[in-house]
Design a protein around this ligand. Sequence first.
Ligand code: AMP
Ligand code: MG
Length: 339
Amino acid sequence: MMETKCVPADAQAIEQAAALLRSGQVVAFPTETVYGLGANALDDQAVRAIFAAKERPADNPLIVHIAKREQLRGLCHVTDTAVKLMDAYWPGPLTMLLMKTDLVPAVTTAGLPSVAVRCPNHPVALALLSACALPIAAPSANRSGRPSPTAAAHVLEDMRGRIPLILDGGACRVGVESTVVDLTGDVPCVLRPGAVTPADIARIVGQCTVAPSVMRPLMEGESAPSPGMRHRHYAPRAKMTVYVGSDEHVARAISRRYDQTDGAVILAHTGALPLFGNRRAYSLGASPREGAHLLFQRLREMDETGCTLILAQGWEAQGDALAVMNRMARAAAFDIVYV
Ligand code: AMP
Ligand code: MG
């Protein structure tokens, strides 16, 4: 088995990681969204090694990370709309789908004609991308189907023995993956919500739609606009139900179900915690933004308790809360109760 080093992301470790990337290997690094599992996006074999380490289905494309816009030259067709959004939100948690060139291997985009590109807003990610001077394909650094890692320890849990190096840059600020916006059509369309909201995009470029599959399961036979949405995602081992409504209504519904079930745990807004008495309850923060920051970490913590059922308090799926609710809905296999 390969030894996996997990080291603080100092200058020396970043140099070592860059050398590994240049030699076609896979390394994990922090970004402001979640930890990424990176390899040279233009090297077929290196990208295959990412899919192998994650056990990721080959039809799920990767995001290509860059430090500077100039690195996009030759990789994809950059539109005027894309430039406006880069001016507004890069570096940051916004991934854009643009038409790719032949330089990007099919394995990176899972055979699609578009490529997903992003410039992350994290000093370690940017230093690493600059040091290796390569476009780096990097999906989230979890094993396929597990919650995305928001700390180096989560990456180690999932990737021990599978990759040579994890750069530890502390906890990820945002906590959910980047917004994915498709810029290959007439109107920008959000395929995956993140910290940059559809309203943030519309403010810059006039309009922005949201793919219907963001908040509901795909219908029988419906094709996924974003292949990641086809796959079971963000899943804790326990079953999960999400409740949305006033604190009092949610607390009553969750408490009743908790008392009827063995092995249930509660995940609720900070302000609602006192309503659950001495039942076993975890905090999901006081706002959708805090919820996004904490969700994946809490799913891992609750799984470790061996619980069989997670009863979670959500938010109305709009505005700031769309990103966290998209993940909660998927973790709960769309079992959402409005009370
Ligand atoms: P991850 O980094 O693990 O969150 O995965 C990246 C996600 O970006 C994928 O699951 C897709 O949903 C999306 N994505 C990446 N490239 C494309 C593309 N060319 N077309 C549509 N969606 C994409
Ligand atoms: Mg992922």
